[in-house]
Design a protein around this ligand. Structure first.
Ligand SMILES: Nc1nc2c(ncn2[C@@H]2O[C@H](COP(=O)(O)OP(=O)(O)OP(=O)(O)O)[C@@H](O)[C@H]2O)c(=O)[nH]1
Ligand SMILES: [Mg+2]
Length: 517
């Protein structure tokens, strides 16, 4: 039986994807992000294996052979994972002048309810601008009653479009703003228009591929690509069949080309899922370690480009964080520590941004990482209130949050933050509890931190107390160890102090037992 590695050795067409990407890559963010996560695990960033208890320093007394075998195994695993991540480029390299074509479905089941054509077009434009050397040459919204037909548009509109595209030599490709285009449609349209045609899935997938930093995000994307590879395969085989080849058995093996390729894909899918499962276990371990240390976790969520990463940078002062003016700049869930006005240490979790029309397979593949949000104590929903469609963006974020099956208490704890107020003159929020800030300029952060603190205290059941202690004895050092000491007000006359602490219910119970009044 062929393994994936064997398939590659035999020259199946897998090549590393090239990322042509606006702004390029800042070298090293991956290391920094991993470091950010490992801050709470007490592990070195490159020693992930030791988290599962299978690695680390427990090598003393073991035979050389055993170590060698383990090393070989790790090397093979890594090689396998490398192969899982190899793929064909999705988009052509070099500059593209795109004709952005939006089919507007006027009625019927396919009619979008949440978002308007203009919003979708604006998002599609932003996606194109995220790609290096890509520009939108022209935009057109064309209505259609038959979005599922092979040619997408009715006969009259199709002819007009063909004339337009054929007569515009400056157009190098068409971005058909549909979630997914069937390969036959792609072929028909490309033949008719004489240029390459892309759908949103392909463009978003390309951006995701370029932005994924951690192995988990990369594997999630590779998994999301499998259905695309399957449908391309069906198309390829149909073409081969026309030439009289695809369904015939290969060199006496009894298997057809289609069957072999399907098996290779299935093997790939199983391996990716296994690798993801391993990483998930590691993530759970990190989560448990954070829990043990009782660090409150705050998930920062919101539409793509609303300023989540900028806000975390402002709240934590972490200079290594790099916000970028791009859609889907953050694809890896990363954790960063910060402190609140009471000096309580909290963990901010940066998350993937939402897009109203995010292709389903991609949401599906990222839902595993979003699972972690359910374990946070508080959610911050960041909104870019300078965006013309800010209200629609809010609605689409809330609808995704609802589908994540989060606990009611957590949903009730959402702090709505209106960001980028510096871009709107005299901004007044309509929502009474919203907090207005400029993450970029650092405005409104103190109020936000105070709000986060009270939400964290409420969610975690921690108390803010002033305890009277004797300076002689172990009380103060115990409190320093088990609670967050905010202030110590010494009264020298009687050798006591008033100590302001944030303390969990369980720690307070222990304190009372150890030091009865
Ligand atoms: N003017 C202004 N720009 C801001 C503010 N906050 C963020 N930005 C800019 O908005 C862009 C996106 O910021 P990010 O922090 O990367 O946004 P994000 O929500 O993390 O984006 P994704 O990770 O792509 O979902 C960057 O160019 C930021 O500089 C703000 O308060 N005012
Ligand atoms: Mg971000």
């Amino acid at each position: 039986m062929w393994t994936l590695r064997a398939a590659v050795r035999r020259g199946l067409p897998l090549v590393r994807a090239a990322c042509s990407f606006r702004g390029g890559f800042a070298p090293g963010p991956r290391d920094r992000r991993v470091r950010a996560l490992s801050t709470f695990s007490g592990q070195s960033p490159n020693k992930g294996r030791s988290l599962t208890g299978s690695g680390g320093g427990a090598t003393a007394g073991r035979g050389r052979k055993e170590e060698d075998e383990e090393e070989d195994e790790a090397g093979e695993e890594e090689e396998d994972e490398e192969l899982l991540l190899e793929r064909k480029p999705l988009l052509p390299q070099g500059a593209q002048r795109v004709f952005l074509l939006h089919p507007d479905v006027k009625w019927g089941a396919k009619k979008q309810t949440l978002t308007r054509a203009e919003l979708q077009v604006a998002e599609a434009k932003a996606l194109v601008h995220t790609l290096m050397n890509w520009s939108v040459e022209e935009t057109m919204i064309v209505s259609t009653k038959t979005p599922d037909k092979k040619l997408v548009f009715g006969k009259g509109n199709f002819e007009l479009l063909t004339e337009k595209i054929r007569g515009s030599p400056q157009i190098t490709s068409v971005f058909l703003n549909v979630e997914r285009m069937n390969p036959l449609t792609k072929k028909e349209l490309e033949t008719a228009w004489g240029v390459e045609v892309f759908d949103r899935f392909t463009i978003v997938l390309h951006i995701f591929r370029c932005n994924a930093m951690t192995k988990e995000a990369k594997l999630q994307i590779a998994l999301a690509e499998i259905p695309l590879l399957r449908s391309n395969l069906r198309n390829e085989v149909a073409q081969l069949d026309q030439q009289g080849g695809g369904s015939r058995s290969m060199m006496g093996s009894g298997e057809t080309f289609m069957q072999i390729q399907q098996r290779v894909l299935k093997e790939k899918e199983i391996k990716i899922k296994k690798a993801l499962e391993k990483l998930k276990k590691r993530r759970h371990l990190l989560r448990n370690q954070r829990k043990k240390r009782e660090l409150p976790v705050i998930s920062v969520m919101g539409y793509t480009n609303c300023g989540k990463t900028t806000l975390i940078k402002a709240l934590t002062g972490d200079a290594a964080i790099q916000p970028r003016d791009q859609l889907f700049a953050t694809l890896d869930i990363t954790a960063h520590s910060g402190s609140l006005p009471s000096r309580m240490t909290v963990v901010y979790v940066d998350t993937i941004g939402f897009l109203s029309q995010l292709p389903y397979d991609l949401i599906e593949s990222f839902s595993a990482t979003l699972e972690d949000v359910a374990y946070s104590d508080v959610i911050i929903h960041v909104r870019d209130i300078s965006h013309p469609e800010s209200d629609l963006q809010k609605a689409s974020v809330l609808s995704v949050l609802k589908n994540l099956n989060l606990p009611n208490q957590l949903l009730g704890s959402i702090i709505e933050v209106h960001n980028k107020v510096d871009l709107v003159e005299r901004y007044e929020p309509t929502e009474p509890n919203a907090i207005t800030i400029s993450a970029l300029l650092g405005h409104g952060l103190e109020k936000l931190k105070a709000e986060i603190e009270s939400a964290v205290l409420k969610a975690t059941g921690k108390k803010l107390l002033t305890l009277k202690i004797k300076l002689e004895g172990a009380q103060l050092s115990w409190l320093y160890k088990e609670a967050t000491v905010q202030e110590v007000d010494v009264i020298p006359e009687n050798g006591t102090a008033n100590v302001k602490v944030i303390i969990s219910n369980s720690a307070y119970g222990k304190y009372r037992k150890l030091f009865p009044i």
